[in-house]
Design a binder for this molecule. Sequence first.
Ligand code: 5AD
Ligand code: SF4
Length: 467
Amino acid sequence: MNTTIRIPEEEMARQREYASMFKALPGRPETYHIVTYGCQMNAHDSEKLAGMLEEMGMKFCEVKEEADLVLHNTCCVRNNAERKAMGNVTWLKEIKATHPGMLIGICGCMVQEEGMADAILRRYPFIDIAFGTGTVYKLPENLYKAVVSGRRNIAVSQEQNTIAEGVPILRSSPYQAYVTVMYGCNNFCSYCIVPYVRGRERSRTLRDILAEVEGLQKQGVREIMLLGQNVNSYGKDLEEHISFAQLLHEVGKTGIERIRFMTSHPKDLSDELIEEIAGNKAVCRHFHLPVQSGSNRILEQMNRRYTREAYLDKVHRIRSAVPDIGLTTDIIVAFPGETEEDFEDTMRLTEEVGYDSAFTFIYSPREGTKAALMPGRIPDDVASERIQRLIRLQEEKTEQFFKSLIGSCDSVLITGNSKRDDHMFTGKSGRNISVNFENTDYSIGDIVNVRFTSYGKTTLRGEIIKE
Ligand code: 5AD
Ligand code: SF4
């Protein structure tokens, strides 16, 4: 039941063939725009979609309303992401009426939800092309067929357990790159829809990953982010015995300067991994470790398979081995049945850990998940009051932490000019904090040492220290 399908090279060649046939089609769509929702996985999928569309001879169009093809790469983790996507898709319907030949496409996690393909067919007749998360690599074929036949191509298959190597990728930065190490998730946290829409865990081989990293490094990439829904499970499904810690070690040997990774499940965080991070200078000093709740009762209901004590023990272990590591987290408030006491446990844990920052969410019921059937729905006003309290607490913690950083230094990869002020550079510190600083003799893509001089609500300000 858990068989990973590696798409054969002949199939990938067939897709390249479709791409060149599409390119040669007279009167075909010329331009595209991609709207991306959700996490880094989706952002990276969009880079693949763009890579394929470029290979098909299409050009990116900045203005969505003017593009011949608008693809929506959706997320379904929470209801508001879904509402936003469908609102935007429906709004384009009006534009399509004035733009003959415009194609509207939808893909990503939402498309994979049960009943969605049917809904697209019936309720959204203006959607021309739809495909699921496991068949992204088939975009050339699906688009070619839609254009040649002049008919809709709603190709949502249940095929999720695929790994497609060699899909062209149009990366959004020349210095930073995403590298997927594994797809899918086996954890079935009771609130989460991801395992249903992204399929079971499957790892890319070490060989494929290293070849990609080496290629990126040759092109001038300085920082990579290894991606997976649960990177700590890396390798468990592979024939060759390899752990995520060993993978980090091997990736470190390529000489790439900065390595990040996302996301880790606390239950699978091993001492081996902590040791590897401590000893691997290329690994940035940031660890995203989603706790979700500070209450043992709720953690059990969430099927997280760790207790608050076990989580705190892991935090202690990481910090003992890597004292300068920055921790961030995800927290869900108002899970079904969450009492004031449970919530207080989450507040206390947040206080105790002292995260650099936290992503906080109000629980959103997802059809098909276990939690959606649980009693004890929390009223909206209680949920929003709780999240406000939690946000305020974390803001205080972040401020204290930023204050403590003033005068210290960290290496920063310059990623661009500050949005607010053209004369300022912006970048991320090793601990993953946004830093703005005076633009001196350096360029975007350089790694510089910055001393922090002041702070705002979410960013630090600093000055470059010349070596
Ligand atoms: N409701 C609210 N938040 C959720 N997340 C996942 N599923 C849900 C849901 N149903 C959050 C978790 C996860 C992050 C990516 O999104 O905190 O870590
Ligand atoms: Fe969802 Fe849990 Fe898997 Fe993360 S680990 S993707 S929260 S099921």
